[in-house]
Design a protein around this ligand. Sequence first.
Ligand code: DAH
Length: 346
Amino acid sequence: MPQSQEVIEQLESLRGEFDALIAPLTDEQSIRHAQAQFMGKKGKVSLLMKQMGKLPPEDRRTVGAAFNQVKTAIVDAVAQKLDDLVQAAAAADLARTVDVSLPGREYRQGHVHLLTQVWNEAVEIFAELGFEIALGPQIETDFHSFEALAIPKDHPARDMQDTFYIGDDIVLRPHTSPVQIRTMQNQQPPVKIVAPGFVYRRDDDPTHSPMFTQIEGLLVDEVVRFSDLKGVLLHYVRRYFGKALDIRFRPSYFPFVEPGAEIDMQCSFCIDGDPSVCRVCKGTTWVEIGGCGMVDPDVFAHVKYDSEKYTGFAFGMGLERQAMLRHGVNDIKYYYEGDLRFLRQF
Ligand code: DAH
């Protein structure tokens, strides 16, 4: 057999080989790869053609024509194959049936946690009265948590606010009152702040949790009276509960105020009903919501304020209690368990 005939037959067989190779392929990448294996620089067809030079000159024309034919056939086959893929994809797309009667997928939107709602609302009400927001660390020094608030180390008032000790002088703050101290250390009167935040106690029952939330208030200026305190708290209670509830003060003792008082508000549950069956106020018509008083001169001394010149009031209230009273939540733990059946109600 003449040499040229042999080359032409090899070309033909390579063409068959190529067709068989791409027939099962279903993606462009592998088709292109197959093409390169034959037509690329080191492709099978290309290598074969390198032998053209060895052929007698009179044969080169026929072999060259055969080469071009195979080359065109491969390029066409690739184009055809790719076109088939596009057509098949389009056909599959058209054949797709959509069941428009299926219910749509529900998109559940989250919302602000009840406690955060109370927090925001409380801050907003006080902001309307001109109070600024102050924040302090949850890991506090003993000095800011107790000493500067006139509660020395062996003072019995520490029992009421026993907390978690991280070191001898570092505690998880048992109340937001240390923010009073930090604020006064950093600024001169007039001071008018509220400080919302998490606090920690060694307490655990249906109305107490080891971690809970308070809002602290402090107003210091040249002439601040107890009646100012009453006006602010009365406004707050009425705005937050949306009812003309009254408040009252019961003399009480907190080392950092003098005089000091517990703040009671009229029970929002039975105000329009029968107090004798009310489980919230136990028939008393009043519920306690926090503590307050006029800032003790001892506290001013710790922050180097002149207590001859300045007076001030302070208060602290638990935020969980407020929302419990407004919404009828009967266990403080619901706030922290993350149970959606509870959270979705608010
Ligand atoms: N810090 C007190 C507590 O957690 C509450 C309190 C009472 C805050 C009297 C005050 C205050 O600012 O004047 O029990």
